[in-house]
Design a protein around this ligand. Structure first.
Ligand SMILES: [Zn+2]
Length: 482
């Protein structure tokens, strides 16, 4: 968020959460198991696929994920009609079980043409690729497993478990192959699973089709009956999306090279060009400084002042807002034309939040608030006059560890200090270690490393050490200044 005047701070609203959080917290499968297959000459899909929905989200209730042996019990000797193929495939299964993944992959790749085209063998080959992928994922995440899941899917496109594994890989990697067509097919294969609906809602909203997105979220909610917290969350996002759809349907939309601006064409026909100019400049400047450019066009919504707080649910003080649920920058426009400097500051600040959100992808929430706000202030080259004033006062600093989560509970004085510290600590981080190291640090957070672990690995110092060095630097600066 951006505040015009930090000496008059009210409390931020509870941060709105994005769909990626539904995924992380609720829908992400702990593990999609591949049930023991039917004999490979069986024409129906793998047995037990109707259990997929239960396994596909939420923490495993009582039953922990099956032991690896169970997941990998793939080829039932009794079911293999062709002895020659059976022996070959069985050998690969054993390699996977023993963890010889490279060997297993090579053998799968080198399967003779005759085996690969054998309609009876193909479902088993698919399962082997799938389970190889699962093992690879344990080592390298979906980056390592996606290729294997794609292979698996090519051998047996009708297997819902494999398709679901593939979908999760696509989702985590933000792979463009997870498009409407793929997801609609997945919905047909696993009709009771909420995940494909959430993923499709996400895809649709990215493509500006909010009404349809809301419908799929609603379907996901209906399919989450056994997880009340997921269900109520999905319902909240659904109605938020419906409201946004209604509100935005009244707006005019203009598409620039990297931004889509939505605005009220009747009451404010001109602001959008100014907004677009400022944003395109920020795109170039901040993108270059930071070394990352948004992966897709960003949506910016200009609200006539009277409706801004109603439409965004933002607190009275908020001048601008980045909404990670729908990935939009919101901005009130009344007076925007007359105060160009203000407009520029707010837009650049929110742009950095949007950029960080884009870069962190699914793991946006791993970014500590002080670092998120600090980067927004540093990268937008914004200098808050009242922060400089505050710097001269005797302050009791809040430990950075207490500024990682939402700042909602902070008093207004504490919030001012929080912004000041975020700005100062982030500037120290950038100046002392360089933007490249900061980027490496962010990459580690994206990979779900904790901040202390990421700092230790990347900067070779503990979080505590970083903090005390920064504080020493701070004191030094104050002594010099006075
Ligand atoms: Zn902010």
């Amino acid at each position: 968020m951006y505040r015009r005047n930090i000496s008059n701070i009210l409390y931020p609203i509870a941060g709105v959460l994005g769909l990626f959080i539904v995924y992380e917290a609720v829908l992400k499968p702990v593990y999609i198991q591949t049930p023991p297959p039917a004999p490979i000459d069986h024409t129906s899909p793998i047995d037990g696929t109707d259990r997929v929905p239960d396994q596909a989200y939420g923490p495993p209730p009582e039953e922990p994920p099956a032991a690896p042996q169970k997941q990998l019990r793939l080829i039932d000797a009794a079911g293999v009609s062709d002895t020659k193929h059976h022996r070959t495939l069985e050998a690969i299964r054993e390699e996977i079980e023993k963890g010889n993944l490279k060997a297993a992959e090579a053998q799968l790749r080198d399967l003779p043409e005759g085996v690969q085209t054998d309609a009876h063998a193909r479902p088993s080959i698919a399962i082997l690729w799938n389970n190889l992928g699962i093992e690879q994922e344990k080592l390298e995440g979906t980056k390592g497993s996606l290729k294997a899941f794609k292979k698996a899917a090519s051998f047996d496109p009708g297997n819902p478990v494999i398709q679901m594994n593939l979908a999760h890989g696509y989702w985590e990697q933000r792979d463009p192959a997870m498009n409407q067509e793929f997801l609609e097919r997945l919905i047909a294969l696993a009709p009771q699973n909420p995940f494909p609906h959430v993923a499709l809602a996400d895809w649709l909203q990215e493509h500006g089709r909010l009404g349809e997105a809301a419908r799929h979220l609603d379907q996901a909610a209906q399919r989450s009956a056994d997880d009340p917290s997921a269900q109520s969350y999905l319902r909240t996002v659904t109605s938020k999306m419906q409201r946004t759809d209604q509100m935005e349907s009244r707006l005019t939309s203009r598409e620039g090279a990297h931004f889509t601006v939505k605005y009220d064409g009747d009451s404010d026909p001109d602001s959008w060009t100014i907004v677009l100019d400022i944003l395109e400049e920020a795109y170039r400047e901040v993108g270059q400084k930071f070394g990352h450019f948004p992966s897709k066009p960003m949506v910016v919504v200009l609200h006539p002042n009277a409706t801004f707080q109603v439409n965004t649910g933002s607190p009275a003080w908020a001048d601008g807002l980045f909404d990670p649920v729908l990935g939009r920058i919101h901005l009130p426009t009344q007076g925007a034309l007359t105060d160009r400097a203000w407009l520029k500051r707010v837009l650049r600040h929110e742009f950095v939040h949007a950029l960080l959100h884009d870069q962190q992808g699914l793991n946006h929430n791993a970014l500590p608030t002080w670092l998120n706000e600090g980067l927004a202030m540093q990268l937008s080259s914004d200098h808050w006059p009242d922060i400089d004033q505050l710097r001269r006062h005797e302050l009791s600093l809040i430990p950075l560890t207490a500024l990682e989560d939402s700042w909602n509970e902070l008093s207004s004085e504490a919030a001012s200090v929080a912004y000041l510290e975020a700005d100062s600590a982030t500037r120290y981080l950038i100046n002392r270690y360089g933007m490249h190291e900061v980027q490496q640090l962010l990459a580690r957070l994206k990979r779900k490393q904790s901040l202390p672990a990421a700092m230790q690995a990347e900067l070779s110092l503990s979080y505590d050490q970083f903090q005390s060095r920064w504080m020493a630097h701070w004191q030094e600066g104050r002594t010099k200044a006075s």
